[in-house]
Design a protein around this ligand. Structure first.
Ligand code: AMP
Length: 114
């Protein structure tokens, strides 16, 4: 989608610190990190949010979740764990309308969120 910043990152039109990329997925460091480890993992196909995923996307969503934990381990979160977050629409606090999972680690996160 032409005006989506994450699509622009995928296509190299705006800079990012990429961690991982394959034919379906892309991961890069969040530009405003909330913890020592904070990256975003996204599908390359423009899906606006998790509620717009379709039945046909279940394998992709499975890969997204699996790769999120694999990258978290690679980045040193294996022992203490991490927070995996998907914000969705207004009430979920989503600010970029391209499905993404936040992976946050390297510090303790309280529960419930504020
Ligand atoms: P959300 O509020 O869940 O939609 O999260 C969007 C995230 O994207 C925020 O944590 C932003 O800091 C992050 N973000 C926005 N623009 C960029 C960018 N150009 N590169 C990396 N992360 C970004």
């Amino acid at each position: 989608m032409s005006d989506c910043i994450f699509c622009k990152i995928i296509h190299g039109e705006i800079p990012s610190k990429k961690i991982y990329e394959d034919e379906e997925l892309c991961a890069f460091h969040d530009v405003t990190p909330q913890s020592p480890v904070h990256f975003l993992l996204i599908p390359k196909r423009h899906i606006r949010n998790i509620m717009e995923a379709e039945m046909n996307d279940t394998a992709l969503l499975g890969r997204l979740l699996y790769k999120a934990q694999e990258l978290a381990v690679t980045l040193g979160c294996g022992e203490n764990g991490a927070r995996f977050v998907i914000n969705c629409k207004k009430d979920g606090g989503q600010t970029v309308d391209h499905l993404h999972i936040h992976v946050l680690g390297g510090r303790y996160f309280d529960w419930p969120p504020g």
